[in-house]
Design a protein around this ligand. Structure first.
Ligand code: AMP
Length: 193
């Protein structure tokens, strides 16, 4: 793995633990010699993870739609800030630049981004690891629902198992490094879909 993409809240959340874990994750990514790819904002947990990785001497690439730059939420001190035309281009660019994806605590934007790359993985469009950093049980209800989805026959166990959940950044990154995609997945050429 060379770069990790982090999806996380554009808010801080109500507990200091969320920002503390975003800081720990950003620092760890940089200290592990990995680059950080993220949404390019300087707001909420997004700004925290980027600043922590920069402070630890890491490469940080932000990918932000032009419309968001106009709201002046772009982080201007990154290694590289790519300004793209649309949200779709942003997600495709982040997915291409990164070799793995982590969701920290966040809102619907974070969910949408992680679920999209998970869906791409389910289809075999990529074979990159996916993980949730679960701080204080923030994601416990979501994962109970995903188990329910699996039990009801809508999510295959092998696809459910593609996503790793850990509360400790080191444990999560270690598991992601050892990830092996489901054997049945065929990597489909994106151009053919
Ligand atoms: P949310 O979890 O709803 O706060 O959305 C956060 C995710 O959506 C991030 O990973 C970003 O890619 C994107 N996003 C949402 N709001 C912003 C913002 N103000 N600036 C930059 N990106 C944002």
């Amino acid at each position: 793995m060379r770069r990790i993409c982090v999806f996380c809240g554009s808010s801080f959340g109500d507990k200091p633990d969320y920002a503390a874990s975003a800081e720990a994750m950003g620092r760890l990514i940089a200290q592990s010699g990995l680059g950080l790819v993220y949404g390019g904002g300087n707001v909420g947990l997004m700004g925290v993870v980027a600043d922590a990785a920069l402070k630890a001497g890491g490469e940080v690439i932000g990918v932000i739609p032009e419309a968001m730059m106009k709201w002046e939420v772009g982080h201007l001190d990154l290694t590289e800030l790519r300004v793209v035309a649309s949200m779709h281009e942003r997600k495709a660019t982040m997915a291409e630049l990164a070799d793995g994806f982590i969701a920290l605590a966040g809102g619907i934007g974070t969910m949408e981004e992680l679920f999209e790359v998970w869906t791409w993985g389910q289809l075999g469009l990529h074979a990159k690891p996916l993980g949730f950093l679960d701080v204080g049980g923030f994601y416990s209800h979501l994962h109970a629902f995903l188990d329910h989805m699996t039990g009801e026959g809508f999510l295959k166990p092998r696809h459910r198992d593609m996503v790793m959940v850990e509360s400790d950044p080191v444990a999560l990154l270690t598991r992601m490094r050892g990830y092996a995609p489901p054997a049945t997945i065929q990597v489909i050429d994106r151009l053919t879909t």
